[in-house]
Design a protein around this ligand. Structure first.
Ligand code: ZN
Length: 239
């Protein structure tokens, strides 16, 4: 596993606005506090989300980009990129792999954080098909696409983007996390990030308690003291 001082740049690749905030915003806040450059890449605009059941979701994509931008700011992230794929219809295609590999080569991260590509049979929420597709495409973009100059040669020829090897991938939402981050000192910032997604969470009664209970249970699983909160990841060495 990489030591803290070996991590200078982190790229998160998630399917929808708010995914990174549920899965990793506490860890992101701590990265930012240590001077790590963090970039968010969001594959869809979450245009199938929301609570207003009018079936006219025009404006939702734009709103969710604004909400994600505010959420990022709550944990100190200002570099956001959106791919604009349609919410609910993401597949792990060569186009998606190329689009993710492009951003990996632009950002040159040491660590990529993304969704676990396997279905979670203990807890259904992390296994949205878009999450699994994005997790799978991101792992494929990390290995082999981003590091192989002959994969998507147009990225070198037309855009001057040299190959890049990501050293670790941290997966969220899987059944077998092997690394826990104590986020107790930044739980309020994680909550602020989540609450920035007003269209998604404002109507949820007891949302703060729900979040705290969930991440306290992770801390318990991690063996942290009572009253602590944790985020869990499966770390995959990819160097
Ligand atoms: Zn999602």
């Amino acid at each position: 596993m990489l030591a803290d001082n070996e991590i200078n740049r982190v790229l998160t690749v998630t399917a929808h606005p708010d995914d990174v905030d549920f899965g990793a915003a506490g860890s992101v806040a701590q990265f930012v506090d240590r001077g790590v450059e963090v970039t968010y890449l969001v594959v869809t605009d979450g245009d199938a989300g929301g609570n207003e059941r009018t079936l006219d979701n025009s404006g939702m994509a734009e709103l969710r980009r604004v909400e994600q931008t505010a959420a990022a700011k709550a944990v100190g992230v200002t570099d956001l990129r959106f791919l604009g794929y349609p919410d609910g219809r993401v597949e792990s295609t060569l186009d998606l792999r190329r689009d993710i590999a492009r951003v990996i080569r632009q950002v040159r991260p040491d660590v990529v954080i993304t969704h676990h590509p396997d279905r979670n049979y203990q807890f259904v929420a992390p296994s949205h098909p878009d999450h699994r597709a994005v997790g799978g495409a991101t792992l494929d973009a990390v290995y082999p696409d981003a590091r192989n100059p002959y994969a998507f040669p147009e990225l070198v020829k037309d855009e001057g983007l040299d190959a890049w090897t990501v050293r670790e991938v941290w997966l969220t939402g899987g059944m077998t996390p092997n690394h826990w981050i104590d986020i107790t000192d930044v739980i309020d910032r994680k909550l602020a990030a989540l609450q920035s997604h007003v269209s998604q969470v404002a109507h949820v009664e007891g949302f703060t308690d729900f979040v705290k209970t969930r991440f306290a249970s992770w801390a318990e699983r991690a063996g942290f003291p009572e009253g602590h909160y944790a985020e869990g990841f499966q770390i995959v060495p990819t160097a």
